[in-house]
Design a binder for this molecule. Structure first.
Ligand code: SF4
Length: 328
C-alpha cells in the first residue's frame, strides 16, 4: 500500500476513535517538523496533540496557527510595545509576522509616533498536553532509513511518545531493529483498525537531551537540546498542528477523482483509475496516464474538520479582529 493512502486512512481512524492507548487526540496533523537544533531535518508523518487545561480557550482564539515568533516575543497583553524591538526577527520579517498575528486575531496593532506597536489581544493559553508522533511505514520490507529516524526521535525526546505504524506483519527481527521506547501498531488500513503490537514508552521532553544531526559508522554527530529550546519547539509543533490539521490535499480536477469516505470522514482524495487514495499534489495532472479532464469532486475539508474534531473554523475571536482591522 502507498504510504500516503495508508497515512490518510490512519488519520481518519485516529480522528474517529482516538489513540488506542494514551490520551485523547484533540488535534491531529500531518507532516510536521520536530527538529530542535536544525530546521526541518526531521518530519513526523502524523502528530497527535492532546488537550491541556486551557484547550477551550485555544479553540476560541483562532482557527489558524498563531505565529510562534509572536507567542515567543516580548509583546504582552498590557502596554503596547514596538513590534520590531519585541519580535526576534529582522524588522521587515517582524512586521510581517505581527500583521499575520493581527489577521488571526491574536495581536492588536496600532501606530505610535510612526512605529508599529502591538499587544496580545488575549493571553496565550496553556492548551496542550501530550504530543505523540507517529511514523508510518506500511511495508517494513522497504524500511529505508526508518531505524535511523526513530533513533533521532528517541534521542531528542521532544515528543512525549513515538509510534511506528505499519501494515506489515511485525517479526521479532523488526522489533529488535526498532528502538525500544518506540511503540508499534499494526494497522489494517482497509477496515481500518489498529492492533497494538508494542506500547510506546514515555520519553522525557522536560529534560535536556541530544539531537542526532548525522550518523556515521560507530559515531553520531549530536547537538545539545536544552529544556527551554524543547519547550519552545513543542509549542511550535502544537501550534502548527492546530492550524494545519491533516486534510492538506485539494481534490483534483479529473473525471476519475472520487470524494471518498474512510472511517466516517468524507471527501478524501480517491481515484477510480488507481483504485486507492492518491496524493493529488504529487500524482495528479495531465501527465498521469489515467487523467481525464473533468471537474474536481465536491468536498469541504474545512466543514469536515469542524464536524469531526473540536477545532472551530470560525471562533469567537474574529469579530473583535474584524473591528480592530477596520480601525487599523
Ligand atoms: S490524475 Fe490520475 S491519479 Fe489523479 S485522479 Fe486522475 S487518474 Fe487518478
Amino acid at each position: 500500500m502507498r504510504e500516503y493512502d495508508f497515512e490518510l486512512r490512519l488519520a481518519a481512524l485516529l480522528e474517529r476513535d482516538g489513540l488506542p492507548t494514551g490520551p485523547e487526540a484533540g488535534i491531529l496533523a500531518r507532516q510536521l517538523g520536530t527538529s530542535v537544533t536544525g530546521a526541518g531535518e526531521r518530519i513526523l508523518d502524523l502528530v497527535a496533540v492532546s488537550p491541556g487545561p486551557d484547550f477551550d480557550t485555544r479553540l476560541d482564539l483562532a482557527a489558524e496557527t498563531i505565529p510562534p515568533l509572536v507567542v515567543e516575543s516580548d509583546l504582552g497583553v498590557g502596554t503596547a510595545r514596538s513590534v520590531t524591538q519585541s519580535i526576534d526577527a529582522p524588522p521587515a520579517a517582524a512586521r510581517r509576522v505581527a500583521e499575520r498575528a493581527a489577521e488571526v486575531g491574536f495581536l492588536e496593532l496600532s501606530r505610535e509616533q510612526g512605529r508599529l506597536v502591538g499587544r496580545q489581544a488575549a493571553r496565550y493559553p496553556d492548551w496542550f498536553d501530550e504530543l505523540v508522533g507517529i511514523e508510518n511505514k506500511p511495508d517494513l520490507g522497504t524500511p529505508g532509513d526508518l531505524a535511523s529516524q526513530l533513533r533521532r526521535d528517541v534521542s531528542l525526546q521532544v515528543l512525549d511518545r513515538v509510534i511506528l505504524a505499519t501494515a506489515s506483519h511485525v517479526t521479532r527481527a523488526h522489533r529488535h531493529r526498532i528502538p525500544d521506547p518506540v511503540g508499534i501498531w499494526r494497522v489494517d488500513p482497509e477496515e481500518p483498525e489498529i492492533e497494538v503490537v508494542r506500547e510506546a514508552k514515555s520519553l522525557e521532553p522536560n529534560r535536556p537531551s541530544f539531537e542526532i544531526r548525522a550518523e556515521h559508522p560507530g559515531q553520531f554527530d549530536v547537538a545539545f537540546a536544552g529544556t527551554a529550546q524543547k519547550a519552545r519547539q513543542r509549542r511550535r509543533i502544537a501550534e502548527r498542528a492546530y492550524g494545519k490539521g491533516w486534510r492538506t490535499y485539494e481534490l483534483p480536477a479529473c473525471a476519475n477523482a472520487r470524494a471518498t469516505s474512510v472511517a466516517g470522514t468524507d471527501g478524501l482524495p480517491g481515484c477510480a483509475w488507481a483504485d486507492r487514495l492518491v496524493e493529488p499534489a504529487a500524482e495528479c495532472g495531465v501527465d498521469c496516464p489515467g487523467y481525464e479532464a473533468g471537474a474536481a469532486p465536491e468536498a469541504d475539508r474545512t466543514a469536515e474538520r469542524a464536524r469531526r474534531t473540536p477545532w472551530r473554523p470560525d471562533p469567537a475571536g474574529p469579530a473583535r479582529r474584524q473591528s480592530f482591522l477596520d480601525r487599523f
